[in-house]
Design a protein around this ligand. Structure first.
Ligand code: ZN
Length: 397
């Protein structure tokens, strides 16, 4: 791959240092080779120039929680997962293209059937289809009577172990376990655990034995605390987390992965399942609870990052919601980049524009540090040094 010299109007590199006006990023063989003020930088001979001098450039977004094949606006998300592999794979190709076009260059997939996510990840890496770099879970581990159960359930310590091991053998990057109830299924949103302590522990142990970690779907209460005590690396959603739950997560250095748009955005659960009164009541209730509690949670010192939970192309909305809940725009950008990379344990590869990192960056028309909504105007995406632009970006949404 050739060398590329990218001229940036403003560069937010995600390292925590102040934005650089008129910067130059040199990309060599898909990786960042050099970063600095353009005035001091030498353009390597033969480098192809990419002129983003009138744009704001930042690291590609890291979506920490999504599903490749689901479209919430179509309703019945579990039913979607239970379709055959072909419609699922076709949906994934469209969805992931929209995600990349909106600036997501890395995405963590939190449960698919048919081990579709493994094949889709590999197809993207091979250049067969276009999409973010994926980190995948394979099948989510769910109890027979628990939230998130699709084609299979895993009950008892031995089945949880077998499920985790099968996912890992098939090529999963991490293990996903559903611990509490959820918003998109009918019935009260339970915060008690569908799994015993020993079952959750088995998932964590198998993940750690394979050199990775377990992520838990948990909204709060006893289920969330059990998952944290059992050693999961990330808590997904946490909509009903109390101050005590958050304090325990801070103590154990567990990440909170916020997923706002799926239940807050009109094209989320509201469009897909909003005609079912029991679900719409839950959605409205969750909105009230989160608007009341999250401004405090996000200011508590907890480590947090964001995920769209299948709201393809809406990472900018997740970061706007953080700002609406009182997070400074700079921290919202970090949550969408470096912190997401840390939560997904790939911060040695992505999340900042720094020498040695993969060349994932996005160009924005406007300054999201002044107006976070500018993030909706991603006009160019570079992944592994390869630019995606023009008709791709417009049609991809
Ligand atoms: Zn999810």
């Amino acid at each position: 791959m050739s060398i590329r010299a990218i001229r940036c109007g403003t560069l937010f590199d995600g390292t925590g240092s102040a934005p650089i006006r008129d910067a130059l990023v040199v990309v060599d063989n898909g990786r960042i080779a050099a970063v600095g003020p353009a005035a001091h930088a030498a353009v390597p001979p033969g480098a192809a120039a990419l002129d983003l001098a009138n744009r704001f450039v930042m690291p590609g977004l890291v979506d920490c929680h999504s599903h490749a094949s689901i479209v919430p606006a179509l309703g019945d998300q579990i039913g979607q997962l239970c379709r055959g592999p072909v419609p699922q794979a076709l949906a994934a190709t469209v969805n992931l293209r929209a995600d990349l076009a909106a600036g997501t260059t890395t995405m963590r997939i939190m449960g698919e059937e048919h081990f579709l996510d493994v094949d889709v990840r590999d197809a993207i890496e091979a250049g067969v289809i276009v999409g973010p770099r994926l980190l995948v879970a394979g099948r989510g581990l769910a109890a027979d009577n628990g939230h998130g159960r699709a084609l299979a359930s895993y009950d008892g310590v031995d089945e949880v172990r077998r499920g985790a091991r099968e996912n890992l053998r098939r090529g999963a990057n991490h293990v996903k376990i559903f611990v509490t109830g959820g918003v998109s299924s009918p019935g009260a949103m339970s915060t008690s655990s569908a799994y015993t302590r020993d079952e959750i522990r088995a998932a964590v142990e198998e993940a750690e034995r394979a050199g990775t970690y377990a992520a838990a779907h948990a909204h709060g209460g006893a289920g969330l605390r059990l998952a944290v005590e059992a050693g999961v690396g990330t808590i997904e959603h946490g909509l009903l987390a109390s101050a005590e739950d958050i304090a325990l997560m801070i103590e154990r250095r567990v990440w909170l992965i916020c997923t706002f748009s799926i239940f807050m955005h009109p094209t989320g659960i509201e469009q897909g399942d909003g005609q079912r009164p029991a679900i719409m009541d839950k959605v409205r209730w969750a909105r009230r609870v989160v608007a009341e509690s999250f401004p405090r949670h996000l200011a508590s010192g907890i480590r947090f990052a964001c995920g769209t939970d299948s709201m393809h192309g809406l990472m900018p909305i997740e970061l706007e919601t953080l700002v609406r809940f009182g997070v400074p725009p700079r921290d919202a950008l970090l949550a969408g980049t470096r912190w997401g990379a840390e939560a997904c344990r790939i911060d040695d590869q992505v999340g900042t524009i720094a020498p040695g990192k993969r060349a994932d960056l996005i160009a924005i028309d406007g300054d999201p540090l002044k107006d976070i909504a500018a993030l909706r105007r991603v006009s160019l995406v570079v992944k592994d040094g390869v630019p995606y632009e023009g008709a791709f970006g417009r049609n991809g949404r």
